[in-house]
Design a protein around this ligand. Structure first.
Ligand code: G3I
Length: 380
């Protein structure tokens, strides 16, 4: 179903008029059915909208599965392609049980898949720390076997791969297990192997904290531009930069400078690369307990960020890191204690609330998508 633009504007006006604690939509159980799918709004400028999701929520929470398939044309399995899931035990066959189901789910619903990731310093199996299993002598063979097998198995079914994830610091490269074993050329190796296994796939270098006009982000931007330039000068098959965009409300408010971010994105585009916003969400940690104030702040941050990046034709799509607050990685994850709010409330970082109802951030994203500049044609 596709709602008309007038219908969308009406919904927006209704929100503006009745600014209750949860917003008027929360009072209407079937209100989500009246929302224009984000993927339809994105398609108007030639883009896509996607989300990450885990297999368990998709299979056990049908309201969430409906929300995801209604609004998104791209599915990014949240953990199912990570080394720790695919290779729990050294020397044993790959475990594709979860990844296969994610790809099947996407195919059943006509969605493209973004796979993540082939090299990272996190979510690696325990045996990466055991020299008998992982060492400089066998690392290249492991990389070849892993990427060759995984990208080969899903060739033509996974459209885009994060080949290298979170590889840089503000000074150079992160000492990931791969960098330690193989040196900086592990990046060349990973891209080359992936391209050989699936020549049609889009190969992405995915990075966090590239978004702000502060020393930390600017240093990281400079390192990334240098790295991309070097990779391209060696004709390494890298096709796109993934900008994670795990944003924090206070940082967007105080340290985001659209002109500066545009300069960075345009420098990437000038190299002939595409850009994917791969993991968008907005932490509300700095905002007061009041839900309406938090939702407004999260919406404002989405709006500012999306209005900026959607001016760049090479930004080909927006992938949110989850769609409903209920399933955000920021909640209840043992790794994310640093994101806990001081008042003990759950964070509300996404476009839809726990009941799958659209939040002001949905309206913000919809507005940005509706006025986005036309995207450059997709090549992969
Ligand atoms: O599956 C186990 C479960 O059996 C166990 O009981 C439970 C208790 O610890 O842990 C579960 O695994 C957790 C997994 O998420 C599934 O919930 C891992 O501990 C936890 O580390 C893992 O966190 C994921 C994290 O990456 C690390 O891989 C998050 O879900 C995922 O959202 C997050 O995603 C990353 C991107 O890949 C890269 N960019 C940053 C982004 C956010 O950190």
């Amino acid at each position: 179903m596709q709602t008309t633009r007038r219908g969308f504007l009406r919904a927006g006006a209704a929100f503006a008029v009745g600014a209750g604690v949860l917003g008027p939509r929360a009072l209407l159980p079937d209100a989500a059915a009246a929302e224009t799918p984000l993927q339809a709004l994105a398609a108007r400028s030639g883009r896509y909208v996607g989300t990450s999701a885990g297999l368990v929520p998709l299979l056990t929470d049908s309201a969430y599965a409906d929300l995801v398939t209604r609004h998104c044309s791209v599915l990014a399995p949240e953990n199912e392609f990570k080394w720790s899931v695919l290779r729990p035990t050294p020397g044993e066959p790959f475990n594709f049980v979860l990844a296969d189901q994610m790809v099947a789910f996407a195919e059943q619903h006509g969605m493209d898949v973004r796979g993540s990731c082939f090299t990272w310093s996190n979510s690696n199996p325990w045996w990466f720390d055991v020299p008998a299993f992982f060492n400089p002598g066998n690392a290249l063979q492991l990389l070849e076997e892993h990427i060759g097998t995984v990208a080969g198995r899903y060739a033509g079914r996974v459209r885009s791969w994060d080949v290298v994830n979170e590889a840089i610091t503000g000074q150079g490269l992160v000492p990931t297990p791969w960098a330690k074993a193989l040196g900086p050329r592990y990046i060349d190796n990973a891209f080359t192997i992936a391209h050989r296994a699936d020549p049609a796939a889009q190969l992405v270098i995915n990075e966090y904290n590239l978004e702000y006009d502060n020393r930390f982000s600017r240093d990281r931007q400079a390192v990334m531009l240098r790295l991309l330039d070097e990779l391209l000068s060696r004709e390494i098959p890298v096709h796109a930069l993934g900008v994670q965009a795990h944003l924090v409300h206070a940082a967007v408010k105080g340290q985001f400078n659209a002109a500066q971010h545009l300069r960075f994105l345009r420098s990437v585009a000038a190299m002939g690369l595409k850009i994917v916003i791969t993991e968008l969400d907005v932490s509300d940690k700095d905002l007061p307990t009041d839900v309406a104030a938090r939702d407004r702040g999260v919406a404002e941050a989405h709006q500012r960020y999306l209005d900026c990046v959607l001016q760049v034709p090479q930004v080909e799509g927006i992938v949110s890191w989850g769609l409903s607050d209920k399933h955000s990685w920021i909640r209840g994850n043992p790794d994310t204690a640093r994101f806990a709010r001081e008042d003990g409330q759950d964070q509300r970082p996404l476009l839809f609330d726990d009941r799958m109802q659209p939040k002001p951030a949905y309206d913000a994203a919809a507005r940005s998508l509706a006025r986005a500049r036309r995207a450059a044609p997709r090549t992969r």
